[in-house]
Unconditional design. Structure first.
Lengths: 431, 331
């Protein structure tokens, strides 16, 4: 006792390190940033998540709102423009051939014309009337289909256009309609009304189908955004529940041991001995399809991975002395499990979770591709790929390939992040 | 005579590896499959008086840590009785049981793994007292500061995590955690073995200061005879789960009785100028799975006789305050 006398108040002074307190989260973030590939993965993943969350706001079209879809635009290649519905209106031209006259025609708002002036002059001594129709702007400055003039008086002819071979209307090029003459073999002494049908040619809009359209005329870009939303939601939610179940059972197995452990771990072995896709197929065959059923199937095939990891980690942590110390301090069992054991078991579980989210998305896509996954009303990426599959051989690659690429990028991004997390949180590499 | 603070009577701890279904089936068919049983601790009797420092010495794997954990309540003994202040701890219930458990605390060997890496120092120290209602939430700050000061830590470090401290500081945190529940009795399981020699001395001095200030009793488990000699009032030597000799420190180091103790002391490294020839104890420590019959030490004992191979020597008093388990003492 006498050889070394050091006052306990200052005893620790020589072995104090000038360490600034760094929360573990900051350390992890610093380590993460060291790998450019992982940062790229994280950035892409964040973008994907943002797109998925904001799909309803940023997508150019709601692909599942039937009023926004034109069947005429189906299977358009990438980069094609969206066409508007042709504009059309029917005008009644009331003409009294006995006197000179003039009327103004007004149009509905959506018509490309501000207005038109109709005037006519009877030709003296002849059964004819010269009609002038002046549009504002001029008729030939607006892209129009050939006009149709109908309900001419019996026996009347036009000096322009062409009469249909057996029906009553005349077809007139818009430029010829500025001034035309109606002549008749009979006397033109009664007022009559002509019907003029004005049809716009198909107009273009600013919207472009950057990734083409599918068989129903949906914009693929919007469909992919909505599909990502569904795929990610299904993957994350099912993985979360699988994690909760697997983590609890794995921890219980590790902490209590004995028969409980045997039963739980044998079920895990049984579960893992079947191919996941087979189990999922069987479950969906029994349960039927639907979002919640797909999620249930994913939870059932995935919890075992979490349980096995959680047990092995918890066994290691349980043997550490801080757990014995907690028991020695007579803390309650639940407190030891949840406050001491659980937080220390989380890092490997987080790694498994990221990888399993990617797996869940891929599995759900597979199921949807096989036609037993999500319903058509909530299409995921897998369903989009499956929808385009039939068009692949006819050269319309975009319907399947672009959702496939989106799926690929998502899964790769998640895996890059997961790999890096595994490297950082690996207890063998860190301390 | 005062009551011993801790009294062990015939305490045994066995770890059994149960047979699985296939092995049970094989045994039913006549195969020679046995359950593996490790006799980590084999009927140990020991009493420790208040204020005493008892050193528990033995080779690696002799069961000294297991015995310490039984005393601290981490393990339940398979057989035997542990009495805290004369009361069998198995008969205690509720508040008395909690009291008896909190009054006996333990300090661990590895200063890293014995602290939860996710908790701040203040949480590590204050968790148990808060949980058991020894202090109120508002008193945490003062209490933690007081406890940290007592073990020689700067209270301004209380918001740090264990990995930000050196080994010696971590061990102090472990001590603070144990002291926070106001124990009477502390089991130190190789508490300084993982530390540098200079830090060892600081921590040992801290133990002695705490003993004076708080009237603590220690069970000091170590394989380091030098540390035990320096610290203990009484030494207990264990070999393969059994106590082979107990004696007051000075007497033991002056005149060891048991052949194992003699061998141990002969081999303890000392700072002496003359050259010494070390004659290691022959052979390995036998496996506790299959301990030798009779005296556990007989395969390695230079004085072993036929009797030692058959009969287990009893722990007998050879002089006041000294016991030894050796047939040679019988004449």
């Amino acid at each position: 006792m006498s050889s070394i006398e050091i006052d306990p108040g200052t005893a620790s002074a020589p072995d104090q390190k000038p360490v600034k307190p760094v929360p573990p989260a900051v350390r992890i973030a610093r380590d993460f940033v060291e790998s450019p590939l992982a940062v790229l993965g994280l950035v892409i993943l964040l973008c994907i998540v943002a797109i998925a969350i904001l799909a309803t706001v940023i997508a150019p079209q709601n692909p599942y709102d039937l009023s926004e879809i034109r069947l005429e635009d189906s299977r358009q290649p990438p980069g094609s423009l969206r066409m508007t519905d042709p504009w059309e209106t029917d005008l009644i031209l009331a003409i009294d051939p006995t006197t000179e006259g003039r009327t103004e025609i007004t149009f509905l708002d959506e018509a490309p014309f501000d207005g038109a002036v109709l005037s006519w002059t009877p030709v003296s001594d002849e059964n004819a009337v010269v009609v002038r129709l002046v549009f504002d702007p001029a008729l030939d400055s607006v892209p129009l289909e050939p006009l149709r003039l109908d309900e001419l008086p019996r026996g009347a002819d036009l000096n322009v256009g062409e009469k249909h071979s057996f029906r009553s209307f005349w077809t007139v090029e818009p430029a010829d309609l500025e001034e035309f003459t109606i002549s008749s073999s009979r006397a033109l002494d009664q007022p009559f009304e002509l019907e003029l049908a004005v049809h716009g040619t198909e107009g273009e809009t600013i919207m472009t189908y950057w990734l083409g359209t599918d068989g129903q005329g949906r914009d693929m870009l919007s469909a992919i955004m909505y599909g990502l939303r569904t795929s990610l939601a299904v993957g994350v939610v099912s993985c979360f529940f699988a994690m909760v179940i697997g983590l609890s059972l794995g921890m219980i197995a590790a902490f209590f041991g004995g028969k409980i452990e045997t039963v739980i771990m044998r079920i895990v072995d049984l579960q893992l001995s079947f191919p996941t896709i087979l189990v999922a197929l069987m479950l969906l065959a029994i349960l039927g399809s639907g979002v919640e059923k797909v999620m249930l199937a994913l939870v059932i095939v995935q919890w075992a991975y979490f349980a096995r990891t959680a047990r092995s980690v918890a066994l290691v942590e349980r043997s550490k002395e801080y757990v014995e110390a907690a028991q020695c301090l007579a803390l309650s069992r639940t407190r030891v499990i949840f406050r001491h054991l659980l937080p220390n078991c989380l890092p490997p579980i987080i790694v498994v979770a990221t990888v399993q989210v990617a797996n869940a998305i891929a599995l759900e896509a597979t199921l949807s591709f096989l036609g037993i996954g999500l319903p058509v009303t909530e299409p995921s990426l897998g369903l989009l790929i499956s929808n385009g599959f039939e068009y692949m051989l006819s050269g319309r690659y975009w319907i399947s390939v672009y959702p496939g690429i989106a799926l690929l990028i998502t899964i790769i991004a998640i895996n890059l992040v997961g790999d890096r997390l595994r490297d950082i949180l690996n207890p063998r590499l860190n301390r | 005579m005062t009551t011993p603070i801790i009294e062990l009577e015939g305490v045994s701890k066995r770890f059994v590896k149960k047979l699985d279904i296939a092995e049970k089936f094989a045994r039913r068919l006549g195969a020679k499959v046995e359950e593996h049983t490790v006799h980590a601790v084999d009927s140990v009797n020991l009493s420790i008086m208040p204020g005493e420092v008892v050193g528990l010495v033995g080779e690696s794997g002799c069961g000294k840590s297991t015995l310490g954990r039984c005393v601290a309540g981490v393990h339940q003994p398979s057989d035997g009785v542990i009495r805290y202040l004369g009361q069998d701890v198995r008969t205690l219930r509720g508040k008395d049981l909690l009291e008896s458990r909190l009054k006996v605390q333990m300090i661990f060997q590895d200063p890293m793994s014995s602290l939860n890496p996710r908790l701040k120092v203040s949480d590590i120290i204050s968790e148990a007292p808060l949980f058991h209602g020894l202090i109120k939430r508002g008193e945490v700050e003062d209490y933690v500061a007081m406890t940290m000061q007592r073990v020689g830590l700067d209270p301004s470090y209380r918001h740090r995590y264990p990995h930000q401290f050196s080994g010696g500081q971590r061990q102090r945190i472990g001590i603070a955690r144990a002291l926070a529940v106001q124990p009477d009795f502390i089991v130190c399981d190789e508490a300084v073995a993982a530390l540098d020699v200079s830090i060892q001395a600081q921590v040992l001095n801290l133990f002695m200061d705490l003993r004076e200030d708080l009237g603590l009793t220690y069970l000091f488990i170590s394989h380091d005879l030098g540390v035990v000699e320096h610290l203990s009032d009484r030494v207990v030597i264990m070999y393969l789960g059994r106590v082979v000799e107990t004696a007051p420190t000075e007497e033991l180091f002056a005149a060891p009785n048991h052949p194992y103790t003699k061998a141990l002391l002969a081999e303890a490294p000392r700072l002496e100028t003359d050259r010494r020839i070390y004659a290691p104890i022959k052979g390995e420590i036998p496996s506790p799975l299959d301990p030798p019959k009779g005296c556990h030490f007989h395969p390695r004992c230079p004085h072993a006789t036929e009797r030692c191979r058959i009969e287990v020597p009893a722990l007998k008093e050879i002089s006041p305050g000294r016991t030894s388990a050796c047939h040679l003492n019988d004449g």
